[in-house]
Write a protein that binds this ligand. Structure first.
Ligand code: OSB
Ligand code: MG
Length: 368
């Protein structure tokens, strides 16, 4: 393939409810979409970067900037364009994994569409539907939390993840266990809000039989996680710390995690995400698919990834209506706690033009 054009498109999608984490409150998603045109097909990519660099160093304006200034011009030079070429061509540029992932996803989509192959099959999927969990934000009160969790369980979600931070951890977990019982698959996510000095406090979560505690410590504190893991019965899962297959291998070797959250954007794309999966599988470490409050485009691709054999835990691949009143694709609808893995070529879905137009705040063509 040859790259003939790239469009960067910004969309603003209001969330159905504010989503509060230890790093801030999101009320809407400002999403960067990448549409690549090649001589053979068009492809769509979605960038996971949030508006502010509070979850990771990347932010949406920065991602757009590095794509227009460096990544798209470098890729336009390549004469045998395919998804593997994206990683190769962009390798000299440090970091900016979410921006790289968005461009790779778009090229991968175009390549697979041109060949009539679905992403799930390309990645090695072994399922045509995946069980879904839901990530529940920090609430103003325990009562509000119980109502929210109850609603998600009624909707069929098979696993609940509670966002935690100092002051909102043991009590909400205890309340959810007391109300909904010990059979609910339950886990927590701290988004780096604790330090190793909190180890004894976090051990108070041990009696509740959580599946895991996600990223309790700073993303660079890999040894701290290894030490914490020794002091907790709850398995430690890493999110922010895992930025590549190499960092996953290192974290596992150091004993810093018993479980890994795989987000394609955080590790630089779906191809590296598969390599993270492979490394974890080789070490017997279970993985699950994280999310960045994606639109239907990113969701479609995440479902393909979540269908790989090592994804033995339900992911944050929730239905469209958990996030948005109107998605930009045909909505993903939960059925028996599962979402179907798209089976059409490429990522398997496309934006609905009118819905996309409604939420678009800016479009920009990058010269190729
Ligand atoms: O830490 O997993 C996280 C959302 C935005 C940024 C970071 C995280 C999250 C979530 C929700 O937990 C994931 C989703 O449902 O898309
Ligand atoms: Mg997380």
């Amino acid at each position: 393939m040859k790259l003939t054009g790239v469009e960067l498109r910004r969309i603003e999608m209001p969330l159905v409810a504010p989503f509060r984490t230890s790093f801030g409150t999101q009320t809407a998603r400002d999403i960067l979409l990448v549409r690549v045109e090649t001589d053979e097909a068009v492809g769509w990519g979605e960038c996971g970067a949030l508006a502010d660099p509070l979850y990771s160093p990347e932010y949406v304006d920065g991602a757009a900037d590095v794509l227009r200034r460096f990544f798209v011009p470098a890729l336009a030079e390549a004469d045998h364009l395919d998804a593997t070429a994206v990683g190769r061509v962009l390798a000299p540029f440090k970091g900016h994994r979410m921006a790289k992932a968005a461009l790779e996803m778009a090229v991968l989509d175009a390549e697979l569409r041109a060949e009539g192959r679905p992403l799930a099959r390309e990645l090695g999927a072994v399922r045509d539907r995946v069980p879904c969990g839901v990530s529940v934000g920090i609430m103003g009160s325990v009562g509000e939390l119980l109502d929210t969790v109850g609603g998600y369980l009624d909707a069929g979600y098979v696993r609940i993840k509670l966002k935690i931070q100092p002051g909102w951890d043991v009590e909400p977990v205890r309340a959810v266990r007391e109300r909904f019982g010990d059979d609910v698959l339950l886990q927590v996510d701290a988004n780096t809000a604790y330090t190793l000095a909190d180890a004894r406090h976090l051990a108070r979560l041990d009696p509740f039989g959580l599946l895991l505690i996600e990223q309790p410590l700073d993303e660079e504190d890999v040894l701290g996680h290894a030490e914490l893991a020794k002091r907790l019965a709850t398995p430690v899962c890493l999110d922010e710390s895992i930025v590549s297959a190499k960092s996953a291998a290192d974290a596992i070797a150091l004993g810093a995690c018993q479980v890994v959250n795989i987000k394609p954007g955080r590790v630089g794309g779906y191809l590296e995400a598969r390599r993270v999966h492979d490394v974890c599988a080789a070490h017997g470490v279970p993985v699950w698919c994280g999310g960045m409050l994606e639109s239907g485009l990113g969701r479609a691709a995440n479902l393909a990834l979540a269908a790989l054999p090592g994804f033995t835990l339900p992911g944050d691949t929730s239905a469209s209506d958990r996030y948005y009143r109107t998605d930009i694709t045909e909505p993903f609808v939960l059925s028996g706690g599962h979402l179907d893995v798209p089976a059409a070529p490429g990522i398997g879905v496309e934006p609905v033009p009118e819905l996309l137009a409604e939420v678009t705040t800016a479009t920009e063509r990058v010269a190729c």
